[in-house]
Design a protein around this ligand. Structure first.
Ligand code: GLP
Length: 242
């Protein structure tokens, strides 16, 4: 595991975007798995800027969405699909045919694409990654899951009671751990406790993010606030930035 602790959200976003841009330059036909949530927004904006300034070419990149709500009406503005197009894909030279949404044949589709080269994930306050809620099994694959009460509670701020999804479709933990390189992003004091548990606590599916430590090529990029407790807990000093 490599850990980069950045001064703030902006630096975290730039660091993450540099990692993605580097991977695309190294392999233009990159197979990239991307997350929902607020944490990656800054990274998406930085990648858009890189597209404009440095002509970062997304035309051969394949995008696999990590997860999606189940039960939302087609075109719902809060679907992950709509979110990703509105904050990112509409502003880069992606081919729509290269954008994949989770479905029942997702495992086969990722395999036929040569497997995921780089997978970017955020972390939920309950430790979920994508929508692998606490208790998800290590051998889990892409499937429909029941959302945890703690997750639904948080979603009540963005969904009306009538539309509030209770299920989602998500890549599984086994699917995620098959990626060649994993980038875990975390920002803000809300994530400090769960990030410390994921990085220094027991590896357990009660904290799904902790199983990422089983991966041989895990990079964590966090801002100071999110890394505060980890810093206190960790015995070995993290790699300095800059
Ligand atoms: C959502 C997503 C995850 C995301 C997590 C954290 O539920 N399914 O993929 O990582 O919540 O979201 P945020 O970055 O907004 O804190």
């Amino acid at each position: 595991m490599k850990i980069h602790i950045c001064a703030d959200y902006d630096e975290m976003s730039k660091e993450a975007a540099r990692a993605v841009a580097g991977a695309i330059r190294a392999k233009p036909q990159l197979v990239l798995a991307v997350p929902s949530g607020n944490t990656p927004k800054g990274m998406y904006q930085e990648l858009i800027r890189m597209r404009g300034q440095n002509h970062l070419d997304f035309s051969k990149v394949k995008f696999f969405l990590l997860d999606e709500y189940v039960g939302l009406r087609p075109g719902h503005p809060q679907s992950f699909r709509a979110y990703l197009w509105s904050v990112f894909l509409n502003y880069i030279n992606v081919r729509p045919a290269n954008v994949y949404l989770p479905d029942e044949s997702y495992e086969e589709t990722t395999r036929r694409s040569g497997g995921i080269d780089l997978l970017i994930s955020g972390i939920g306050v309950n430790g979920h990654i994508a929508f692998n809620e606490p208790g998800s099994t290590l051998d889990s694959r892409t499937r429909i899951v029941e959302l945890a009460d703690s997750t639904i509670e948080l979603m009540k701020t963005t969904f009306s009671p009538r539309e509030l999804p209770r299920q989602a479709i998500t890549m599984g933990l086994a699917t995620i751990l098959e990626a060649r390189h994993i980038l875990l992003l975390a920002s803000g004091s809300r994530k400090a406790l769960i990030l410390a548990r994921a990085l220094t606590g027991q590896i357990t599916t009660d904290v799904p993010a902790s199983v990422l430590r089983l991966h041989s090529n895990l990079t964590v990029i966090a801002d100071e606030e999110a890394a505060a407790i980890y810093r206190r807990n960790s015995v070995d000093k993290p790699e300095p930035i800059g």
